[in-house]
Write a protein that binds this ligand. Sequence first.
Ligand code: FES
Length: 157
Amino acid sequence: MSPQESKLIDIDEIIDSYPGRPEYLIFLLQDIQAAFNYISPEALALVCDHTGVPLSRAYSVATFYKSFSLEPRGEHEIKVCDGTACHLRRSELLVEHLERRLGVPAGGTTKDLRLTLDTISCPGCCASSPVVMLDEDYYPKFTTRQLDELLKDLEAD
Ligand code: FES
């Protein structure tokens, strides 16, 4: 589901789809993250009201798992591996290039909510380093020129 489609989803619809018990906390957070690309403070409070989980506990859970974000995320995520093999092949140059092109630091999201830039730990394909991911797709042995092409394709999309 795209973030555009998710805007049509009512948060109450998600919350009401689970029984109001603490053991459903993570399921609710997963569904809200999937639908809205992040968990807003209001959504977290609604989940706590529904499940009876204290806000401090829900906040701990939401910040513990990297798959949850309490900040709005981009429609697409571009990630550069910063594992050892990629680092040795100067993956930081790719990160710096993206930071300049997108105008956000690693971990940041563009103002139009189109792209989030992040780094990741080794996904296990070191022979292809440096590795870039766009959403679920891997791009092996990537260069700044290829990054520009990828961004151009995204803009045209
Ligand atoms: S260190 Fe980047 S893929 Fe392994």
